[in-house]
Design a protein around this ligand. Sequence first.
Ligand code: 4AZ
Length: 255
Amino acid sequence: IVGGVVTPIQSHPWVSAIYRGAKQDRRFLCGGSLIAPCWVLTAAHCFPDGNNTDLQKLSVFLGKSAINETDVQKEQNFTVEQLVLHAGYNHSKYNYNNDIALLKISSRDGACAAKTTWTRTVCLPPPRTTLPEGMECTVAGYGFESDESSGNSQYLREAKVNLNSQSLCKSFYHDDHNITDNMFCAASPKWTRDACQGDSGGPLVCEIAGRAFLYGVVSWGEGCAKRNKPGVYTRLTNYNSWIAQETGLLSYTTG
Ligand code: 4AZ
């Protein structure tokens, strides 16, 4: 997160830290969001090996304010039972259409996430709803603090960003012709705040009537907090039925 502030995990209790590697050389891979006790939503591009990803090398932590510190009182850790990549995900330079994936998590004793002060699920937004242009939402993650960073932030950070209209988003990336309707852009008015490398997969939440809804997944962007290059997010409201289908969780019905 560029231009943000450190925030405790209890302010974003759905934030998930996904790691790859055995205990000795465990490396932070991506952020994610807990959408149900057994399911973490993240970005497909976090798994370049696609369906050949070795699930045994993945681990998911909840309740972590710092990625390289262990707080046994607060954190819960899980293995990954299942990785569901969106079948329509295709990856080319600056084009991450359908950049969405689900992880089914399981603790050593076979349980899913328990609700605590530090861990809670986030609400999914009603399908196909759009929020007004300019609305202020919040992105959170453990990623780079600037384009020139050499590593992730030790602590979870958040930044406020404003939603761009789809036409503005497309005009900012006009030369690449790569903004699909499964994406939206968000940026800060003076281009000082943004998601960055390492924030991928993490949440953009918008508050409506005092409740946080997961509207976006950090996906891509040209650089970080760069003028006329907003952050690009996966548009969650296009995926309610995909999520319902892949997880077996109840989806919204109309009304
Ligand atoms: C990345 O490399 C990345 N400024 C994520 C988000 C943004 C840029 C890069 C948005 O994962």
